[in-house]
Design a protein around this ligand. Structure first.
Ligand SMILES: *[C@@H]1O[C@H](CO)[C@@H](O)[C@H](O)[C@H]1NC(C)=O
Ligand SMILES: *[C@@H]1O[C@H](CO)[C@@H](O)[C@H](O)[C@H]1NC(C)=O
Ligand SMILES: *[C@@H]1O[C@H](CO)[C@@H](O)[C@H](O)[C@H]1NC(C)=O
Ligand SMILES: *[C@@H]1O[C@H](CO)[C@@H](O)[C@H](O)[C@H]1NC(C)=O
Length: 494
């Protein structure tokens, strides 16, 4: 555990956990996000092993390691349940640099442990948020296009609670409510708008119009809205069609005619929503890899898309070059043989959702499951955000990656999970070159120890083996906007 005892900073500070600055924080696999007004974020992440403790601060590390001569367990105070929370001193300049040091180390600790006393680094940048985007979102909130109306299948959150969460997580911006609301709305069936209007862009062609950057495959969009068919989410449902600014449609021609009238407006709506969503995602605290060593995603996450729409979700798909009118559809086999082959790097066009168990991912899978492995040397998942704290359903574990995130394909297997055939793709996020620093060897050693321990503990999938099995059954093919959660005694249907 640790706490801040001295702070030298000209900016206002908050922790995104909402607790006072001096509160004691940490514990193994816990990351705390400090928000520095006008400047950026500092993520302090604690990791422990039997004889050492590491505090990762935006990739730079403070550590304590037991001296060799005190290898006996009894000679030193344990770090596992230490009665000595580390006292830290923090200094932040006005150029986005920080330094963090250990203050007032009790002599019993200095006798037993070698200690790195100070680290420095840079804050992670605050997101850019445009006033025009937030004004647009406010208009959509007033007109009840946001959030999704009459959610039939999740506990939902009252507006007042969303407001309070906005103040807690995004106190650095006057637009904290708009960010919170956009993130909340993503977790509802509104996500269908924000996905479909991203993946059907010909991203290789520029329109020259900033608000609508690429032409759309309009025919595929219309077909996929028309084929929506889960629970109440069909083209005949007024609330579902409202997310596309349309009325219920009883024929494909009617839907196409309606879509032609509103398509630019919905496209603009989706682009603005995606931008604010990404700003909100960037501002959420990070998840330590020590607590979630792998993440999983069932794809495609809208059932009617089918596996032949998976490849077109990436910028690397050559069909993005058009010409406009060519159908954005590409067989998975062909995609896996070219731009998605092992060793290639792909860039997502849309927000991707992951969850923390293979079982849950299989529940959302329509033929594909992704296994996301952490980048080596990282302490936190820098490219994914845990969004459940703002979800309409607190039981839905959801980690999201922004459009533009790059992933390296590590493995592709055609296998079966609980008897269900699936293409399992192993990936690793590719970090930006000037992103968080690589971990020094000391940290990597602890990380590896913990990772192998966690993998055993959690009985994680035995990758590389055929016929992976789970306790409990896997339900049938469904789209992502569905409601079943795994209950104590198996799967609960709505
Ligand atoms: C912040 O750190 C960088 C690199 O260490 C340095 O070049 C820069 O001058 C520092 N900025 C301020 C305002 O001290
Ligand atoms: C998109 O929405 C913004 C905000 O309402 C508006 O100013 C802009 O004209 C719209 N652009 C298009 C192309 O519809
Ligand atoms: C929608 O799904 C139901 C079963 O879940 C099926 O009976 C129905 O035919 C489907 N409708 C369309 C239009 O595909
Ligand atoms: C779609 O159908 C509805 C009636 O179901 C009708 O009121 C509306 O005008 C039609 N829209 C278009 C664009 O054809």
């Amino acid at each position: 555990m640790w706490h801040l005892v001295r702070i030298l900073a000209a900016s206002r500070l908050w922790f995104s956990d909402g607790n006072p600055i001096a509160t004691q924080r940490g514990g193994h696999g816990v990351s705390s996000r400090l928000i520095v007004d006008g400047q950026g974020f500092l993520d302090v992440t604690e990791m422990r092993s039997l004889d050492s403790m590491v505090l990762d601060a935006n990739g730079a590390t403070l550590w304590l390691k037991r001296r060799e001569r005190y290898s006996s367990r009894f000679a030193c105070p344990s770090l596992q349940n230490s009665p000595y929370p580390l006292s830290l001193s923090l200094q932040i300049d006005d150029g986005g640099n920080f330094s963090l040091s250990i203050a007032n180390i009790p002599s019993i600790l200095t006798a037993c442990y070698s200690i790195s006393e100070q680290v420095s680094g840079r804050l992670k940048p605050l997101p850019e948020i445009s006033a025009e985007d937030t004004a647009f979102i406010n208009k959509m909130i007033e007109q009840k296009f946001i959030p999704y109306q009459n959610i039939p299948d999740a506990p939902k959150r009252p507006i007042q609670e969303i407001r309070a969460l906005g103040r807690q997580y995004f106190p650095f911006t006057p637009y904290n409510f708009e960010l919170a609301m956009t993130l909340y709305d993503w977790t509802t069936a509104s996500f269908a708008r924000m996905v479909l209007f991203k993946i059907f862009q010909y991203t290789g062609i520029n329109t020259g119009i900033a608000a609508l950057p690429h032409p759309l495959d309009r025919e595929s969009l219309a077909v996929n809205i028309w084929q929506s068919n889960f629970s109440v989410y069909t083209p005949q449902d007024a609330d579902y069609m409202r997310t596309f600014l349309m009325q219920p449609a009883h024929s494909f021609d009617n839907l196409t005619a309606q879509l032609e009238e509103v398509i630019d407006e919905v496209y603009n709506f989706s682009e603005i929503g995606n931008r604010l969503l990404v700003a909100a995602m960037q501002s959420m605290p990070r998840t330590p890899i020590a607590s979630k060593p792998r993440l999983f995603s069932g794809q495609v996450d809208i059932e009617q898309l089918g596996t032949e729409r998976f490849g077109i979700e990436f910028e690397e798909c050559p069909l993005n070059e058009g010409p406009v009118g060519v159908e954005l559809t590409h067989s998975l086999t062909d995609a896996l043989a070219s731009y998605m082959a092992v060793g290639k790097t792909v860039t997502t066009k849309m927000v991707w959702s992951f969850t923390d168990s293979m079982e849950e991912a299989m529940h959302y899978s329509n033929g594909i499951v992704l296994v996301l492995n952490p980048p080596s040397g990282a302490s936190v998942w820098d490219s994914v955000s845990f969004v459940t704290p703002l979800s309409d359903d607190p039981a839905k574990m959801e980690y999201t990656a922004a459009p533009g995130t790059k992933f390296k394909i590590q493995s592709v297997q055609h296998t079966a999970v609980s008897g269900k055939p699936v293409t399992m793709i192993g990936l690793e996020p590719v970090l930006e070159r000037d992103g968080p620093l690589k971990a020094p060897p000391m940290l990597e050693e602890i990380r590896q120890q913990r990772l192998s321990a966690d993998v055993v503990e959690h009985d994680v999938v035995r990758l590389g083996e055929q016929g992976i099995d789970f306790h409990g059954s896997v339900p049938s093919r469904r789209g992502r906007y569905k409601t079943e959660r795994q209950g104590k005694n198996g799967w609960m249907d709505e």
